[in-house]
Design a protein around this ligand. Structure first.
Ligand code: AMP
Ligand code: MG
Length: 342
């Protein structure tokens, strides 16, 4: 069972720093939920009436609920063919799935290409070994163990992204290797937040910020040319290492402090380098700004397992993307135009 993640301080920042009113008369409203993606969702909106906010917010929550169920790899739901269903169908032929699954998997394949395979949703078999060791280690810290090299290597032989075959004409997906498993932990939440943000845009909303466990996406601006402000957590204290101005953009952070367990006094976190099959320890966190929250999510995970030079080159090659790295020794490194957002 997944654990409830710690509530990020970003919520407090958005709650405390945003003024109660802005000049054109719109009021600030906020709603929370703990139902989706095992974390806290906060929707903040500037609206002329509470009724409009409630309507928009209900639409956001409905989308998050739907995607949460579809993208769940741990649990099935009555009447829903989701990623858990698809994983259990590996090696058994094509399965008809919801278009929203097709869209996510197609996007994830694009992100695989963009990140040179660093964010790989076909790593499920490797990631589930780490997941199980972590869960067992958190339940019984005294007997916490690391995965063995052998089991990791055996699983790593079944992580080929091409084993996930998407047929958009028939709306089916086939996992051609029965040992390949999909894990969208690196991208699903960001993608779902993007879809919720687009629904708000479709509804004409202009002053909203959606925050799902620190995966932040601004729709429009706070008001009158004023951006929303989101904070990047300092894992070692209560303050922020940086605040970022967001207008129609997303901020997503991957951090070694977000989910980990301890074996013989050493912490092992949840972001796995596909080459070493181990957590990479160069950074404490990597934060990405991008227009598309799914891209920000995919890139934050990829940059976490890339060397700084490789990561920098990737970020500089994609227009509209900026990143901030907090290194293991506490140094802050920013991409070229990151400061445009601070
Ligand atoms: P994030 O917090 O977005 O960096 O995502 C971390 C989650 O993504 C982990 O809990 C795993 O479920 C999954 N994950 C870890 N490493 C990778 C990787 N290299 N590629 C794809 N997914 C990963
Ligand atoms: Mg990610």
């Amino acid at each position: 069972m997944r654990r409830i993640l710690k509530i990020t301080a970003i919520f407090l920042l958005t709650a405390l720093l945003l003024p109660m009113l802005f000049s054109c008369g719109a009021r600030r409203f906020e709603e929370y939920s703990f139902e989706y993606f095992d974390t806290l969702t906060a929707v903040t909106g500037y609206e002329s009436s509470e009724a409009s906010f409630k309507e928009n917010c209900a639409a956001v929550m409905a989308i998050l609920e739907e995607y949460h169920k579809l993208y769940d790899i741990y649990q099935t739901y009555d009447g829903v063919v989701n990623l858990a269903t698809l994983n259990s169908h590996a090696g058994k032929g094509a399965l008809k799935v919801d278009e929203k699954i097709i869209d996510l998997l197609s996007y994830a394949k694009d992100m695989y290409t963009l990140t040179g395979g660093k964010t790989n949703i076909a790593l499920g078999s490797v990631l589930s070994i780490w997941h199980d060791c972590r869960e067992a280690g958190l339940d019984k810290p005294e007997s916490a163990r690391l995965p063995s090299r052998e089991e990791l290597k055996l699983a790593a032989a079944h992580t080929d992204i091409d084993s996930i075959v998407i047929n958009t004409d028939t709306s089916t997906v086939e996992i051609t290797d029965k040992a390949v498993q999909i894990d969208v932990g690196a991208i699903g939440k960001g993608y779902a937040v993007e879809m919720a943000a687009r629904e708000l845009e479709r509804r004409g909303a202009t002053g909203y910020i959606i925050n799902v466990g620190g995966n932040v996406r601004a729709v429009g601006e706070k008001g009158e040319g004023e951006p929303f402000i989101a904070g990047i957590e300092n894992p070692d204290s209560e303050d922020y290492i940086e605040t970022v101005k967001l207008k129609n953009a997303a901020l997503v952070t991957s951090g070694s402090y977000q989910r980990y367990y301890t074996v013989e006094g050493v912490n092992y976190h949840h972001i796995i380098d596909p080459e070493t099959l181990m957590p990479k320890n160069e950074f404490k966190s990597v934060s990405v700004i991008a227009e598309h929250s799914g891209m920000a999510d995919a890139l934050s995970t990829a940059l976490f397992v890339m060397d700084i030079e490789e990561g920098r080159a990737l970020v500089e090659s994609i227009s509209g993307v900026e990143a901030l790295w907090l290194t293991a020794n506490g140094e802050i490194i920013k991409s070229g135009a990151f400061s445009d957002y601070t």
